[in-house]
Design a protein around this ligand. Sequence first.
Ligand code: SF4
Length: 586
Amino acid sequence: PILQRHAWRPDRLVQILREVQEAVDFISDETAAHLAEALKIPYAQVHSTRDFYAFFYRENRGRYRVLFSDNITDRMAGNQALFEHMAKRLKLERGKVSDDGLVSIDYCSCTGMCDQGPAILVNNRAITRMTLRRVDEICDLIRGQVPLDKWPAEFFRVDDNIRRADMLLGTPHEPGKAVRAAIARGRDGMLAEMKLSNLRGRGGAGFTTAVKWEACRNAPATPRYIVCNADEGEPGTFKDRVLLQSYAGRVFEGMVIAAWTVGASHGFLYLRGEYLYLLQPLEAYLAGMRAAGLLGRDIGGVAGFDFDIEIHLGAGAYICGEETALIESLEGKAGRPRVRPPFPVTSGYMGKPTVVNNVETLCKVTEIAINGGAWYEAIGTKQSTGTKILSVAGDCARPGLYEYAFGVRIAQVLEDCGAQEAIAVQVSGASGVCLSEREFGRRIAFEDVPTAGSFMIFGKQRDLFEVARNFAHFFAHESCGFCTPCRVGTVLMKEIMDKIAEGRGTQYEMNELLRLQQVLKPGSHCGLGQTAGNAVADTVQKFRPAYERRLAETDFVPAFDLDAALSRARELAGRDDAAAHLGEEA
Ligand code: SF4
């Protein structure tokens, strides 16, 4: 029935694998071979796709698969002690399955719950606000083999935590209003408003949305596609989670407006696997939109305006947030970034023109459809129009979402969220920038500090070396392995950070870290590798004592003493004059 539901389509492979795993707990080589045969695709494709995604397993990982979110904010909230406690209670080691095949525990990358961590996933269902008591309760439920849907609903509660609302978060949504406004403006009129608004993508890169839309619209091939990138994987980011949970109408209507403007007939929402709990409510919302004539055929009564949206769930690969990797994943493959050009606007999903926009960007589109581009352009700064939502987490009294007009100073955000003793802020996640106190006067804007939304705060009790080490581990884990500088460089960086942490580092390792950054940045194929060394480079530069106090020696000390090793040879040769020693004058 799973294959039937997906019409035996190979491009649905990631969805098929997910559902098969849900049914039988893991995807064995035999199951992979069976799927390859049924879908009429090479076994290697099924095999490589399965092995690429962190949430697919080739061997039994237990009926209960527990993953502890391991972002730095989870660590600051004590996730390691909770992990150890659960491991002890279940008599388990990290990554191992219990002897009775019931349960396994491990760590995973950030699950997007930093405002209510520490968080875990159990069979991909998010559980927030973990405590020792909750660990005990969960151990009892697992040992009692209680099905997940019978666990206390409170465990799965995910709060929005909206702390500061502006024009997006503070305006009630009126279903259909934005779509009707866009249709009334006409396709050319809507594009003209988008140009006027100077809206830039909220996913991090800040590309002008109207330019993207126009390029797709002008591409001759059809059909055209609209993809909403809801693969919010940057550590510390969770704003899209809230928008999808409580502002889904805006997201989907933004997609409909994009389809209207560029002439697209089909849309995908690529939802990160960690947000599995949102799948059903979002499907229900789409059904409601279909019933209201906002999706399907002749939308808004316009003959021939046909557009519908399907939801595709990711499977634990951060790199799928990169738009071409996301498209590969949509096509049922491992999510490795494509070589560009061609760009998705001319050759995207299935080689057809495709617009990929971030969740927040699409919400902004509804504001522009209703209020016009000039109204929108007047808010924010010259190069950064409108508002920006920040996901604030870490050492502050009130973590959650804060929406500001672009141009807000870091110090203002810190004051609003009750961060009194901050010594650093990591803006835009692990790939972003680490700002020290001296820089708190800087502004959130593309012309100063650009951000996809993550805003992690570190108080004076925090060790910025450990922050950078956490990020180094993250990148080594998430590198897709496509290109050598990133595949090797991120692992080397992680190992050097571990060596320094163990007190075995020297000045040589410090120099190597900076040298690696210079290899990663220009040599990597995509943004992941290009930014993977940012946090290390920033903290070496701005928080150097955090590194130096761990160094065994500040001078280079070779791991192997060659001169000493040659002493036996000197003895045998009967020659022990100065010239027979390395480093001495002949
Ligand atoms: Fe993959 Fe890293 Fe290369 Fe990007 S930079 S393609 S993530 S190996």
